[in-house]
Structure formats: C-alpha cells, structure tokens
Write a protein that binds this ligand. Structure first.
Ligand code: PEP
Ligand code: CO
Length: 355
C-alpha cells in the first residue's frame, strides 16, 4: 500500500493529544514543514550502518537518557554520563552511544486524565504537548510548544557527541519534520526513533508512519507481544530486511523474561530477520508504590539484565544493546521509595549507572 508522510492519518493513532485550536495546529505544522531538518540524512544513514555493525557483533548499542526530557533542563550532564558509561562498556567492544535527547519531549500516559483533590485535568504528555503545572491553562495541549521544541532540540543537537533518539509519539510533529532525499523519506526529528510499547500493534498509526521513513527504528517489546505479532510487524517495517534498521528493545520484566524472551528470539531467528536485540531492564519493572508513586528496584533491573544476556547467550550469537534511563543529578530514584522529583519514571543515578 502507498505510503506518504500523512498516511498514518487513516490508521488508529493512540496517545495523541486533543488540540482545541485546530487552526493554530495547522499553522504550526506549516511553519515546521519549511524549517531546516534537525538532523541531516547522512547522519541517520551513518547510525543505520553503525547498528548493522552492532548486529554483526562488531559493536554494542548503548541508549540512555531521561525518561522525559524537559525544555528547561540542560542535557549536557546526562550526555556526559552516557559517554562515561559508553567508555566503560567500550573497553571490550566499540559502542554506539545514542542519547534519549534532543526530542524526547512527548510521553505516552497510562491514564489520559490526572486527578488531584477531586479535580481532574488532562495528563501531562511531555513538554512538546502541554505543561506540567496542575492547572487547566497549563494542561491544555498547545501546538505552539512544538515550535519551542524545535528550537530546544536544535540547541541540544549543536555539538552533540552522540546520536539522538526519541519515541516517535506525537505524529503531527513527526510528519511535519519529514524530509526527502534521493527518493527516500527521513524523519529529520532525530537519528533513531522508537515505537513505544503502547503504540506498537498491527494497524497502529505509529507503525504506519515508521514504515515509510529510512531511519533506524527501535521497537519496544513488552509482555503483550506474541511471536506472530512481532514477525508481522517486522515484515511491515523492514520488508527488505535491511541490516541495522531494526533494534528490538525488550522490556518484559525480570519475572517474565526467562520464559517470554526465548519464543520471541526463536521466531525472529527462524525467519532470519536481521535485528539487534537490546535490553531495556527498566520499563518492565515499574510498579506503583504508596500514593501511586512509580517504583523501580535496582535488584529487579539487574536481574532482568542478567537474564536477558543469559538467554541471548543460550539461544545463539545474538548481538546486543542496552537501554537505561539515567540522570547525572545526585538523586536516589531507583529504590524502595521511588522518584518524587523525576518528570516521569525513576532513573539510575551515576553510581547505579556505572555499576
Ligand atoms: C520509555 O522508554 O520511556 C517508555 C515509556 O517505554 P515503553 O514504551 O517501553 O513503556
Ligand atoms: Co520511561
């Protein structure tokens, strides 16, 4: 079926904000569409090649950064920590470092509204969409935030020593930043884009969008994904089986990974689909503590990592990567008391990340 940057509009688009001002949205889309690409297509192709190398066992993918990047936070300390992690892993194998930066501004939410003291407002969906402050004006989805997002991303990208990645979630933003070169379409919003667990399904607008862009893609593989569904998605997203195009980011949870990962691995190996297997030990191990606070235990994060690499070793020559949510700030979020300050999920601090 024909693809265009807007063909996702005929599919089921989950996790999209409701923009009350459609005229303002159209104006912003028009403005973004004539701006320079945020990242050049040649750098996008360079990452695909690097990931093809990682798939062949010549490198390791290390993806890291904040769960939700905000407009008012300098990303330099997080990028420095990611580089330090990469240098430490890189003593044994070259590392492709990919930051969750310069675009990780939109977040999927498990509930569309947030209630406090009997008042219900739209949930915060990331700085690209609305404001965190709990008041009606701030929580209204404002398309003009995308213009700020563009400027903010450009600032972070200037002199960035790693590749940039984010969840391809807000589809009007992604569409407006598609650029074509030599007959191929690129999402110029970042080098690697991933499809989150909540939007990865057959018939998803996010899958339709991703299908037509030449960028390397991450697919978040959660407990609900069957081997058959995964193979169908791989057929859709990488019909020509291009090496380096697909990274499967496994986030099954420490208690499920040993039983759920082998069937996925075997199915993909059997079909000879070229993919990079990466471990996200964080998102399958998030539970709710007192007052709805999100909690991640370091023991579970480490257990999922250990089990991931044990399964990968047992099943064959599977090449790897790791995803971590990290912060350079001196805070303790991964632990029994959870993350009171993080904009989103608990992140590993420096000593935890360097272990
Ligand atoms: C994330 O990476 O921050 C995220 C929301 O992950 P997932 O889609 O795997 O839940
Ligand atoms: Co997260």
């Amino acid at each position: 079926m024909d693809w265009s940057p807007s063909s996702w509009r005929d599919f089921e688009a989950r996790q999209q904000p409701d923009y009350p001002d459609r005229k303002a949205l159209a104006a912003v889309e028009g403005d973004l569409a004539i701006r320079a690409p945020l990242v050049p297509h040649s750098d996008i192709d360079a990452l695909t090649s690097a990931l093809a190398g990682a798939q062949a066992g010549r490198a390791f993918l290390l993806q890291g950064g904040d769960c939700a990047e905000t407009f008012d936070e300098d990303q330099a300390p997080t990028i420095a920590l990611l580089k330090a992690m990469a240098d430490s892993v890189g003593r044994t194998l070259p590392v492709s470092a990919v930051g969750r930066v310069a675009g990780q501004y939109a977040k999927p939410r498990s509930a569309p509204v947030e209630s406090r003291d009997g008042i219900a407002l739209p949930a915060w969906r990331g700085d690209l969409v609305n404001g965190r402050a709990f008041d009606p004006a701030s929580r209204r989805a404002d398309p003009r935030r995308m213009l700020r997002g563009y400027d903010r991303a450009a600032l972070t990208l200037a002199g960035l020593p790693v590749f940039a990645s984010h969840e391809a979630l807000l589809l009007p933003w992604e569409q407006a930043l598609v650029r074509s070169h030599a007959g191929r379409f690129y999402a110029s919003s970042g080098h690697l884009l991933w499809i989150g667990e909540r939007t990865l399904f057959e018939g998803s607008a996010h899958v339709e969008f991703a299908r037509g862009i030449a960028n390397p893609l991450g697919l978040k593989c959660g407990p609900g994904l069957s081997p058959g569904a995964l193979l169908a998605l791989l057929d859709t997203l990488n019909p020509r089986r291009i090496a380096g195009r697909i990274s499967l980011v496994v986030r099954l949870g420490a208690d499920r990974i040993a039983t759920s990962l082998p069937p996925l691995l075997r199915a993909v190996l059997r079909e000879r689909q070229p993919v990079l297997w990466a471990c996200d030990p964080m998102h399958g191990n998030t539970r709710r503590g007192a007052g709805g606070r999100k909690i991640r235990l370091i023991e579970e994060i480490e257990a999922e990592m250990r089990r991931f690499f044990a399964v990968a070793e047992a099943e064959g020559p599977l090449r790897g990567g790791l995803l971590a949510e990290i912060t350079a700030a001196d805070v303790l979020e991964c632990g029994p008391s959870g993350a009171p300050h993080a904009a989103c999920d608990p992140r590993l601090n420096r000593p935890q990340a360097m272990r």
